[in-house]
Structures are given as structure tokens and as C-alpha cells.
Design a protein around this ligand. Sequence first.
Ligand code: ADP
Ligand code: MG
Length: 243
Amino acid sequence: MTDVLRCQGLSRSFGALKAVNDVSLTVIPGARHALIGPNGAGKSTLFKLITGLLRSDGGTVSLTGQDITGLSEVRRCRLGISQTLQHASLFPTMTVAENVVLAVQRHDGRISLLPRRQKAVHDRAEDLLTQVGLKGRGNVTVSALSHGERKQLEVALALACNPKLLLLDEPAAGMSAAERGRLAELVNELPADVAVLFVEHDLDLVFELADTVTVLNLGQVLLSGDPDQVRASSEVRKAYLGA
Ligand code: ADP
Ligand code: MG
């Protein structure tokens, strides 16, 4: 089966700093692929090279076999790369359901006033809320949500465009233990045809969720493998776990 994402020899420097240095990475269909590494390893920069927010200095990115290296962020998004948006992208005075309806309409590229179409949009929004564990919370104003619920809503918005690849950059940051549990459930229950690449510092969560782990250090891939391989690696422990 074609890889969902294939990065080959990706590089990006900031002045003399090689933030991402010749990185090759493959995400297979259905993957729950974790990207870990110390602060400053280049994880967020690599995400930006994948979404197209940043241009690479070298290397290629392809999505399901199509070379997208030269494409803008918007084009890549339309082709199926989605990431959780920042808080600022939520409309805080609107309800949860209204935010999702807007995201669905944005993906449709039009606002239809046909009752049949409106019902379809609302049904899709309901499905998305159920998928992320916010069923029954549609009428709540965004500003009244807990931190964890906002994150759940961000995932719903990211899913609104039917992504092939969902990127989550530190989704559990600032979450309570209970919220982390709900996030783990949510990721586990995402449709199998959405591949997930996520950055996470909480290694318990990483080893609970991931089927593949790639370790980045100083802009380079230190190791990529199944969680047990990564856990057993003395190199990884030295670079990342400090032991
Ligand atoms: P991580 O997400 O793994 O913590 P980042 O990708 O954010 O790491 O950063 C990698 C390195 O690149 C860091 O040393 C960081 O300071 C640097 N960096 C990231 N973005 C920029 C930028 N826009 N300008 C200059 N340096 C940057
Ligand atoms: Mg980061």
C-alpha cells in the first residue's frame, strides 16, 4: 500500500542552525506515529515543513505518492494534510456546534441555504462532535470549555476537512490526567483511514498510543521503530530520557 506521507532528505536551517537536517520519515496508512525528542530537536519545524507553513531548503515531501514539495499550505490542506489549529482559530463567543458547522462549510467551500444541504452539514458536525467525545456539548459557548475540551474541539475542526494525515503537536500539553485519558481514547477511536503523526512529551501516552516512534535529536532522526525498540535503545535513553 502507498505510504500516506513520505519525507525524503528534508532540511531547514535558520541562519547557521540546522533545525531539520536531512530527515527521512515514512507514515504508513492507519499509523499512530509518534515523533519524540528533546526540546529544540526540530519536531515543530518538521511539522511546518510537512504542512507547508515553512519552505524546506532541500528534500521532498509526498502525500499518498504525490510530490507536494512545491505546494502551498492551502493546497496541501485540500489534499488531506490537517493539523490541530491554535486556540486563536476558535471563535470563543460562538458555540461548539457553530464552530464545527463553520469548519465543515469552509471545507465544502460554500454556505448552502438549501434545507437538505444544511441538514447534511449539521449531521456531519454532530458526527464530528461525537467522534471527539463532545456529544451533548454543542450548545456550550467555546469560552466556557475546559482546556481539554478545547483541544477536543480543535481535533474536530481538523477532522472537518476529511484529512488523510492528521498532525497533532503536543496535544496533551497542559492537560490533567483525566483529560489525557480522554485524549488517548479519542486518538484510539479516530477512523483507521486517518493516519496520525503526533508530537508528545508524555512518554506514557506515547507508548500507550503509538505503533511507530521516531526519535529526533539535533535535527536528525536518531531512531525509528516500534515502541519496544525505542524503549530498549540505549542511544535514545542517553539523548532523550537522560539515563
Ligand atoms: P522542537 O519542536 O523539537 O522543540 P523546534 O522545531 O521548535 O523544536 O526548533 C528547532 C530549533 O530551531 C530550535 O533551536 C529553535 O530555537 C529553532 N527555531 C525554530 N523556529 C525558528 C525560527 N522561526 N527562527 C529561528 N530559529 C528557529
Ligand atoms: Mg515543538
